[in-house]
Design a protein. Structure first.
Length: 526
C-alpha cells in the first residue's frame, strides 16, 4: 500500500537546536526533563521537503518572495485530494502563522468590545487573541456526554447577543481530539448563519485523522461567513518556518482581511517556507505512514494510561497527536507541576486551556521515547500511593472506620453494630492513601495458628483500580517480615475470584455472615 517505509522510530537529538519544545524546557527545568508538550513532533520532516530546502539554499539568494501559481496549486490540490473540497485560487489568503492570522482576522472583521466565542477546553492562543485585541471572550464550553466530547448548542444559542460577531473553532479539536462530524458542523453553521456570526475554522490538525473518523472541512458545509485557516506546519513538522494560509470564499471578509494585511505591510513571506509547502504537499505517502505510526502511539499511550494511571480519565483522540488527560480525581492542585516534579516530564498545563485539573500529552515522538515518558508518568503516579499500618490508639483509626462505614453500612446495609469491634486494639490496621485521598483499609489479627484478614474495604469510586490487590500484597509483606504463618479470611462470595487470583483457596462450604454469603479462604505461603 505504501512506498518506501519511513523511519519514525529514529531518535533525533533536538537539544541545542533552539527548539521551543526542548531547549526552553531544559533551560528552565533541567536536562533530565523530557518534553511532551507543545504541538510539534520529534520526527524529521519528509526527505523530499529537506531536499527541496537544500536545493533552494544552494541557490544562495534569499530575496523577497512572490507566491507562484505552483504554490497556490499545491494548496488547491491538497484540499481536493485530502479533504475532497474544491477551492478557487482567489479565495486563498496568506499569513505568517495560523495564530497571527487569527489576530488579524479579529482586527479586520470585528470591532473592539465585540464578543467572540471559543469552545474550551481549547488551544490557549484562542483566549489570548480575543482578550489581547480588546474583544470580549465568551466561553461555549464543550461537554462530555456518553464519554465523548461534544459541542453544547443550547448553551451556544443562549450566549449569542447582538454584540457577538465571531466563533473560533478547532477542527480537529485541540486538545480533546474530536474530529467534528458533518452533522455537528452543519448544526454549528446553521446557528452561526442565523445570528450572522463569522466562523473561523482552524484546521491545522486536519491531516492527522485516525480511521474510521473522517475529516470534514467547514468549506464543505458552507461558504458564507466562513474562514478556514491551515498550514503544513503541524503535519510536516515545519512550524518553525512560520507560514500559513486561509481560505475565504466570502468576498467581503476576504477584502477586509487583505486590506488589513496590507496595512501591516505583511505582503511577502519566508522564502524557505514556500518551498517547504510545495514539497510537503506532494508527500502524501509520508503523511499516510506518519498517521499509521501516530495511531499506534495513540493506542499504546491510551492503553498504558488507562491501565496504569486508572484514576485519570481520558478519551481516545479521533485526530491530532495530543491526548487530553483529566486528573481531577487525583485531587492535587496542579497536575502539570506534579508530573514535572515527580516524573520529570513536561506536559501542557490544562489551566491554559481552561481546565486546571487536566494535562495534555503530545505523543508525536519515537515509540521508545513515548515508552520512557509513560514509564515516568506511571512511576510518579505510583509514588503518590502509601499504605501505612498501625496499632491503636492512632488517629488514623477514625479514617479506617469511616471507610468501613461507607463500604459496609452504607454500601451493603450491614448492621452498624457489627461494624463495632471491641477487639480492634488487638488488630493491626492498614490504611491506603493515594494522592490526597484515603481509598482503602483492612485489618489483620494473629489468631495463633494463622493470621486472619478482616474487613478489606475499598471505597466504591476507587474499585477496580488495583487498591485491593495492593493492600493485600502489603499485608502479606508485613506478615512475612513479622511472624510468617498462613492467612485466613472470610471472603464474600462475589470476591472469591479476586482472592483466588491472589493465591487463596476456599476451605469451607458457603456460609452466611451478616446476611451475606461467604466462603472461608486460606493462603499457606508462609
Ligand atoms: C489549533 C491550533 N492552531 C494553530 C496552531 C499554531 O499555528 P501557527 O504555528 O501556524 O501559528 C496550533 C499549534 O499547536 C494549534 O494547535
Amino acid at each position: 500500500m505504501f512506498g518506501d517505509p519511513y523511519n519514525f522510530d529514529e531518535y533525533v537529538e533536538r537539544r541545542n537546536t533552539d527548539s521551543f519544545k526542548w531547549d526552553m524546557v531544559i533551560y528552565n527545568y533541567g536536562d533530565d526533563v523530557i518534553p511532551a508538550w507543545v504541538a510539534d513532533m520529534d520526527f524529521k520532516s519528509p526527505q523530499t521537503v529537506v531536499d527541496q530546502l537544500k536545493r533552494r539554499i544552494e541557490h544562495g539568494i534569499f530575496g523577497y518572495t512572490f507566491r507562484s501559481t505552483d504554490y497556490y496549486n499545491a494548496i488547491i490540490q491538497w484540499y481536493k485530494k485530502r479533504y475532497d473540497a474544491k477551492i478557487n485560487k482567489e479565495w486563498i489568503v496568506n499569513g505568517p502563522g495560523v495564530v497571527p492570522m487569527l489576530s488579524f482576522l479579529i482586527n479586520s472583521l470585528t470591532q473592539p468590545g465585540d464578543k467572540i466565542i471559543i469552545q474550551p477546553p481549547v488551544y490557549p492562543p484562542f483566549f489570548r487573541v480575543v482578550l489581547n485585541n480588546g474583544r470580549q471572550l465568551v466561553e461555549n464550553r464543550l461537554v462530555k456526554r456518553d464519554g465523548r466530547w461534544q459541542m453544547d448548542y443550547d448553551d451556544l444559542e443562549k450566549l449569542i447577543d447582538n454584540r457577538t460577531k465571531m466563533i473560533i473553532i478547532s477542527n480537529p479539536h485541540n486538545p480533546v481530539g474530536r474530529v467534528w462530524s458533518e452533522e455537528e458542523l452543519r448544526k454549528l453553521y446553521d446557528i452561526a448563519l442565523k445570528h450572522g456570526l463569522i466562523i473561523i475554522s482552524d484546521e491545522i490538525h486536519a491531516d492527522i485523522i485516525y480511521k474510521p473518523n473522517q475529516f470534514t472541512t467547514m468549506l464543505k458545509i458552507g461558504t458564507e461567513n466562513v474562514v478556514i485557516l491551515n498550514s503544513p506546519g503541524k503535519t510536516f513538522n515545519i512550524a518553525g518556518l512560520t507560514n500559513s494560509y486561509g481560505v475565504i470564499p466570502d468576498k467581503r471578509l476576504r477584502v477586509a482581511y487583505k486590506n488589513y494585511l496590507e496595512s501591516l505591510e505583511l505582503l511577502t513571506g519566508n522564502v524557505l517556507s514556500l518551498e517547504a509547502l510545495k514539497a510537503a504537499y506532494k508527500s502524501e505517502d509520508w503523511v499516510d505512514q506518519l498517521v499509521e505510526y501516530l495511531k499506534s502511539n495513540r493506542d499504546f499511550a491510551y492503553g498504558f494510561i488507562t491501565k496504569n494511571l486508572p484514576l485519570t480519565k481520558l478519551t481516545l483522540p479521533e485526530g491530532t497527536y495530543l491526548m487530553w488527560i483529566d486528573c481531577s480525581k487525583l485531587k492535587i492542585e496542579n497536575p502539570q507541576r506534579y508530573f514535572l516534579e515527580h516524573a520529570r516530564v513536561y506536559l501542557n498545563d490544562g489551566q491554559e486551556f481552561g481546565d486546571p485539573q487536566a494535562v495534555r500529552l503530545n505523543f508525536a515522538c519515537p515509540r521508545t521515547l513515548l515508552e520512557e515518558i509513560l514509564r515516568r508518568l506511571k512511576g510518579a503516579y505510583e509514588k503518590a500511593l502509601t499504605i501505612e499500618h498501625f496499632n491503636l490508639p492512632d488517629e488514623r483509626y477514625e479514617i479506617c472506620r469511616k471507610i468501613r462505614y461507607y463500604v459496609f453500612v452504607k454500601g451493603q446495609s450491614i448492621d452498624e453494630k457489627l461494624e463495632q469491634d471491641g477487639k480492634d486494639n488487638e488488630a493491626v490496621h492498614f490504611l491506603c492513601k493515594h494522592f490526597s485521598e484515603y481509598v482503602a483499609t483492612a485489618r489483620i489479627r494473629d489468631i495463633g495458628t494463622h493470621w486472619k484478614v478482616e474487613r478489606v474495604a475499598v471505597l466504591e469510586e476507587y474499585r477496580g483500580m488495583g487498591y485491593g490487590k495492593k493492600i493485600m500484597e502489603t499485608i502479606e509483606e508485613y506478615i512475612k517480615t513479622t511472624n510468617p504463618k498462613p492467612i485466613v479470611l472470610n471472603a464474600q462470595l462475589e470476591v472469591r475470584d479476586f482472592y483466588e487470583k491472589l493465591g487463596y483457596e476456599a476451605i469451607s462450604d458457603i456460609f452466611i455472615e451478616a446476611g451475606i454469603q461467604h466462603v472461608k479462604m486460606e493462603k499457606r505461603t508462609f
